[in-house]
Design a protein around this ligand. Structure first.
Ligand SMILES: Cc1ncc(COP(=O)(O)O)c(C=O)c1O
Length: 402
């Protein structure tokens, strides 16, 4: 008998490798295996106490009803103030949307704009959600390879060559997941020049890691660098990474009212508004003391320096020092062609990561999942002891692979 069918569109989209790797590590741990998971970009700090307190008070006040789809007035106001204070971007209330994490904002934006056959230009390496969400909307991701020697930044001419009449979006994400690259204002200006010649293209500036630039310098963002493009730029951020609030599921964006309106329609029919309790917490995080942000940034920077040094000491691995975020994108080219002590032939970064997990109990994500091989991405948003142990295991695994 025929089974009920799934949609062709979603069947064609692979599972996210980041989530698969994290789930595999979790399952191995549940079986009693000793696994250190450096798969997800999940801050290991607690959410700010004043944010937790604000959520508690909101719940006690009875803010437990359906919220407006686009966000509570209080959080929308705080988001507008944040964009103006931190980036000089001035938005009206109709130009702000609060969603269930930045991930939903991205989903809303792509779903609201893409038709089958449209193209989304994504510089590679990339956070894997962009091509996966674009594919779910029936569109075609078009990758622009960014050279490690150029700091993993996109070449404006390569972006120009990738743009066609079908291009709907260019995605920019700095500081970048997975490379930690930070884009200079100068490079953004050159990209803006290309975009002026392509008025049919929306631009997504995903600034999730904006506060996690290791030396504390401010993050240049496209809408501020090229204000004339603002009518087609969607600037995205959230509380997950900046304030260690991943589980509250609050992200937000500022952009043109026409786009925000369409995105709100998508969100209204998928999830509706974000829990008002979580929005109260996010508002408190944005409006409250900011000292914790600097403390976390310094901790991520120190860990990053230590793990970069440890990876550089391993024959077969090469590692650039990232300028921001909390990932290392480690070049494993020197390991390709070897055989692990457990007998696994390392013929790709996926094989390397799989053997590393099975034989050394360290879970990381292979570079191919982010559009560049052979690399592994490891998250440094883990405590010092876990990072120290993971580095020792990686070194021993590589040394015993011949
Ligand atoms: C570049 C980037 N954008 C957005 C997100 C999603 O964040 P949120 O927790 O707000 O959905 C992530 C999460 O890993 C990310 O790396």
């Amino acid at each position: 008998m025929a089974e009920p069918a799934l949609s062709g569109r979603q069947s064609a989209v692979p599972a996210a490798a980041t989530m698969t790797a994290a789930a595999r590590a979790r399952a191995m741990r549940a079986q009693g295996r000793d696994v250190i998971s450096l798969t997800l970009g999940e801050p290991d700090f607690a959410s700010p106490p004043h944010a937790v307190q604000a959520a508690h008070e909101a719940a006690l006040r009875g803010e437990t009803k359906y919220p407006p789809v686009n966000g509570t007035p209080g959080l929308r106001h705080a988001v507008r103030a944040k964009f103006e204070r931190e980036s000089g971007l001035v938005f009206s209330d109709a130009e702000i949307l609060v969603g269930h994490g930045a991930r939903q904002i991205i989903y809303d934006a792509l779903t609201a704009t893409l038709d089958a056959g449209d193209e989304v230009v994504v510089p590679a390496p990339f956070w894997n959600a962009y091509p996966l969400i674009a594919a779910m909307a029936g569109a075609q991701p078009v990758f622009v390879a960014c050279a490690a020697a150029d700091g993993f930044l996109p070449d404006p001419d390569a972006i120009a060559r990738a743009i066609t009449s079908r291009t709907k979006w260019l995605v920019l994400n700095y500081p970048n997941n997975p490379t930690g690259a930070v884009c200079t204002a100068e490079r953004l200006r050159a990209i803006a020049e290309i975009l002026r010649r392509s008025p049919h293209v929306w631009v997504m500036s995903d600034d999730m890691y904006e506060h996690l630039i290791h030396d504390g310098t401010p993050n240049p963002t496209l809408a501020a660098v090229a204000p004339d493009l603002a009518p087609r730029v969607l600037t995205i951020s959230g509380v997950s990474k900046t304030y260690a609030m991943t589980g509250w599921r609050v992200g937000f964006a500022g952009g043109p009212a026409r786009l925000i309106g369409a995105m709100t329609k998508v969100q209204g029919q998928s999830t509706g508004g974000v829990s008002p309790v979580a929005q109260a917490a996010a508002q408190a995080a944005l409006e409250g003391p900011q000292d914790m942000v600097g403390v976390m940034r310094a901790a991520y920077a120190a860990r990053s320096r230590r793990v970069v040094a440890a990876m550089r000491d391993v024959p077969g691995l090469a590692c650039r020092a990232p300028a921001g975020a909390f990932y290392l994108f480690v070049d494993v080219a020197g390991m390709i062609g070897r055989t692990s002590a457990g007998g696994c032939r390392i013929d790709s970064d996926e094989a390397f990561c799989s053997a590393l997990l099975e034989e050394a109990g360290v879970a990381v994500v292979h570079g191919a999942a982010f559009g560049a091989s052979p690399y592994m991405r490891l998250s440094t948003a883990a405590d010092d002891a876990a990072l120290h142990a993971a580095c020792a295991r990686i070194a021993a695994f590589c040394a015993s692979s011949v």
